[in-house]
Design a protein around this ligand. Structure first.
Ligand SMILES: [Zn+2]
Length: 164
């Protein structure tokens, strides 16, 4: 597969250009670790924009259904991923280092920006630390084993119970 790049991200942003395509999940080395299956592909769309301060950015949209492993029963589960991130381009590495967590994400405005790397980074940020089937669809532990679950899983179950 030829590597897809944005040759000049600043020009792309200022021209409000857009680009979409697909990347095979098998090509996303850091994402595919931990997946139950690496078949399929992710769809992406990049759209250039200038924000209200005239700062150039790329809106990164990613859609994919990934096969994660349920951490309760260890069976595969479909996880529908939908990402829509406005990323500001930064020419200054110093700004990147001092980034305030409340500001929009910034990426370096380097030439020949790799789309696969950008998409991979966004997916890694969006994936949950641990994924679980909905309880009704899970072959894992039952309520009597609640105490042995990971505390967050127990909380999630408690919440589901209250909502019933
Ligand atoms: Zn499960």
């Amino acid at each position: 597969m030829s590597e897809q790049v944005v040759a000049d991200p600043l020009e792309f942003a200022r021209g409000y250009k857009s680009l979409d395509g697909k990347i095979a999940i098998a090509h996303l080395d850091r994402v595919k670790e931990g997946l139950a299956s690496v078949t399929g592909e992710v769809r992406f769309k990049l759209t250039g924009f200038l924000n209200e301060n005239n700062e150039p950015g790329l809106r990164c949209q990613v859609q994919a259904t990934l096969k994660l492993v349920c951490q309760r029963c260890l069976e595969p589960m479909d996880y529908a991923l939908e990402i829509d991130s406005p990323l500001l381009l930064s020419k200054d590495a110093q700004v990147l280092a001092e980034e305030d967590p409340d500001t929009p994400d910034r990426i370096p405005a380097q030439r020949n920006l790799s789309i696969a790397e950008l998409v991979e980074e966004e997916i890694l940020l969006a994936l949950p630390m641990a994924a679980y089937h909905p309880e009704a669809a899970c072959k894992g532990q039952t309520h009597s084993e609640l105490g042995t679950l990971h505390p967050f899983a127990a909380l999630a179950r408690l919440k589901t119970d209250i909502e019933r």
